[in-house]
Design a protein around this ligand. Structure first.
Ligand code: FRU
Length: 477
C-alpha cells in the first residue's frame, strides 16, 4: 500500500512523542484519572469522532490536541475496544499537516465499507487576515494500517460562513447521506444534507433543520456536530446549538445539546420534527455522537466537557491531560422520548454489592455505582465529593457543583418526578440516570482538597427511608 505520510506528518509525530515522553511521569498519583472512562494519556480531548464497530472491535476516534492541554489545531486520536470498557490506544489517526487542514482535522464520523472504515472529517483553515474556510475531507482506514488521507470531497458551499463542519455520514438503502453543521450568512444555525452514490462525489440535498424550517424558531447562530439517525421507526436529530449568554457582564457562548424527534424524507431532505429536548442536565456534556453496533444497538458517547471559560481551571492539567468521554450509553425510544442508559457491559464491572435501607449512610468507592428505587415523594441528598452533590425533591433533581474558577455553588435542574436513580462514578466524574434514562446529568468534579480524601463515594441522607444498592466497579475483573 502506498504510504501517504509526508515529512510534515513525521515531524508532527516526533513532536507528539517528545511531548508524551515529557508528560508520562505526571500520571503517577493522579487522583482524577478515570479507571474505565476513556481519557487521553496526555493533551486535550474533546469530541468523539468516527465511532464504529469495525473488524470485530469498537473504534473510538476523538478530537485531540496531543501537544498541549488547550484547544488548537486538532488531530484525531484513535482507540479500540472489544467490550466498550477496556481501550487500547492506537497510532494517531489524522494529523493536521495538509494545506486544507492547517488549523485542525475537525470532527467527523466513520462508516464501515467492506474491509475498510471510511472516515469523514472537516479540514479547518483559518486565514491570517481573519476568517476561515472549511473543507469536508475523506480518509480510509484498514485494520492495523495507517489511516490514508483521500483529500477534499466537498468545498465550502455558497450561502454559508466558514463554519460548515462535522460531517456525519450514514448509509440508507443504496445511497450515502451526510449531514453538516453550519452557520448561514444571516448568522443562523443550519443542518445541511448531501447525498452520494460512491462516497466521493457529494450532491446537495437541502437544508434539514434550522430557523424557519418546519416551524423551527430560534436565534442560534451555529449548529455543531449534527447526528441524524433512525431510532425505532422514527428519526432523531441531535445537534449542538450555539448561542450567546450574558455572564458577569460578559457575552459568553452557550454549549447545549438537544435532540428533535421526527421523520426524515430522503428525497427532499425535509425533517418534520417535534419540539427540541435538552439531552443532559449536568455541567459537562457536549458534542455527542452515535453509531449502530453489530447488534443494532444505537450507542452514544459524549464529550464530558465544554469549551467554556472554566475548563482551564481543571486540576488534571497539572497531570498533563484534560477531559474524558462519558460512559457509552444505549439510546431507546420510549413513548416518543429518548432514554439513555449505560450499556449493559458496564454491569460486568460490579462487585462487592451492598444493600441498604434507612435514612443515611456512606458508601466508600471511587469507581462505583449506586442505585435507588421507589423514590416517589421522597426528599434526599447524595454528596459525591465536597464540591458536588445531587438533591432530589418533589420538583425534580438538582446537580449542585462548586465552580472551579469562582468557587460559587451553581445548580442545574431537571424537572419531573424522580422514581429511580442510577449513579455512576469514576474518580472525577459522575453520571446520573433518572428513571431509567428519562433524564441524565453528567458532570466532572475534583474535590476541594485536590486529593483522594475529598472524593469519598456517595454520602446519602434522606428525609424518608430509602433502599439502595451499591457496587464497586472494577475494571480488571
Ligand atoms: C465541537 C467542535 C466541533 C469541531 C471540533 C473542533 O466541540 O467545536 O464543531 O469540529 O469541536 O475540535
Amino acid at each position: 500500500m502506498k504510504n501517504t505520510h509526508t515529512l510534515a506528518d513525521q515531524l508532527y509525530f516526533n513532536d507528539v512523542l517528545a511531548h508524551a515522553l515529557n508528560h508520562a511521569a505526571n500520571q503517577v498519583q493522579d487522583p482524577y484519572r478515570p479507571v474505565w472512562h476513556f481519557a487521553p494519556q496526555f493533551g486535550l480531548l474533546n469530541d468523539p469522532n468516527g465511532l464504529s464497530y469495525f473488524n470485530g472491535e469498537y473504534h473510538l476516534f476523538y478530537q485531540w490536541n496531543p501537544k498541549a492541554c488547550k484547544h488548537g489545531a486538532k488531530a484525531w486520536g484513535h482507540a479500540t475496544s472489544k467490550d466498550l470498557l477496556h481501550w487500547q490506544h492506537q497510532p494517531l489517526a489524522l494529523a493536521p499537516t495538509q494545506d486544507y487542514e492547517t488549523h485542525g482535522c475537525y470532527s467527523g464520523s466513520g462508516l464501515v465499507n467492506g474491509k475498510q472504515l471510511e472516515l469523514f472529517y472537516t479540514g479547518n483553515v483559518k486565514f491570517t487576515q481573519g476568517g476561515r474556510t472549511a473543507y469536508q475531507c475523506r480518509a480510509t482506514y484498514e485494520a492495523g494500517k495507517q489511516v490514508e488521507k483521500k483529500g477534499i470531497v466537498l468545498p465550502l458551499p455558497e450561502g454559508y460562513s466558514g463554519h460548515v463542519r462535522d460531517p456525519k455520514v450514514w448509509q440508507h438503502q443504496e445511497r450515502y447521506y451526510m449531514v453538516l453543521g453550519a452557520e448561514d450568512l444571516n448568522y443562523q444555525g443550519k443542518v445541511l444534507a448531501y447525498v452520494s452514490d460512491d462516497l466521493q462525489q457529494w450532491h446537495w440535498l437541502g437544508e434539514v433543520f434550522g430557523h424557519g424550517l418546519n416551524g423551527h424558531q430560534s436565534d442560534d447562530f451555529m449548529l455543531e456536530c449534527p447526528d441524524l439517525f433512525p431510532l425505532a421507526n422514527r428519526h432523531v436529530l441531535i445537534s449542538c446549538p450555539k448561542n450567546w449568554l450574558e455572564r458577569d457582564g460578559q457575552k459568553v457562548e452557550t454549549f447545549d445539546v438537544t435532540y428533535h424527534l421526527g421523520d426524515f424524507d430522503y428525497q427532499t431532505a425535509q425533517f418534520k420534527h417535534q419540539e427540541g429536548v435538552l439531552m443532559d442536565h449536568g455541567f459537562d456534556f457536549y458534542a455527542p455522537q452515535t453509531f449502530a453496533d453489530q447488534n443494532g444497538r444505537r450507542i452514544l458517547f459524549g464529550w464530558m466537557g465544554k469549551p467554556d471559560e472554566y475548563e482551564a481551571y481543571q486540576p488534571t492539567i497539572a497531570h498533563g491531560w484534560i477531559h474524558q468521554m462519558t460512559c457509552p450509553r444505549e439510546l431507546h425510544l420510549v413513548n416518543g422520548r429518548i432514554r439513555q442508559t449505560p450499556v449493559a457491559e458496564i454491569s460486568q464491572m460490579r462487585h462487592s454489592e451492598q444493600a441498604f435501607n434507612g435514612l443515611s449512610t456512606c458508601f466508600i468507592g471511587l469507581s462505583a455505582e449506586l442505585q435507588l428505587h421507589d423514590l416517589l415523594g421522597k426528599e434526599l441528598t447524595i454528596e459525591v465529593a465536597d464540591d458536588l452533590r445531587i438533591e432530589v425533591d418533589a420538583m425534580g433533581l438538582r446537580t449542585v457543583r462548586r465552580n472551579l474558577k469562582t468557587q460559587q455553588w451553581q445548580s442545574i435542574e431537571w424537572h419531573g418526578r424522580v422514581e429511580s436513580l442510577q449513579l455512576l462514578r469514576d474518580h472525577s466524574s459522575l453520571e446520573v440516570f433518572i428513571n431509567a434514562g428519562e433524564g441524565v446529568s453528567s458532570s466532572r468534579f475534583f474535590g476541594q482538597g485536590f486529593g483522594v480524601e475529598a472524593n469519598r463515594g456517595f454520602k446519602l441522607s434522606s428525609k424518608q427511608e430509602v433502599s439502595a444498592t451499591f457496587w464497586q466497579l472494577a475494571h480488571n475483573l
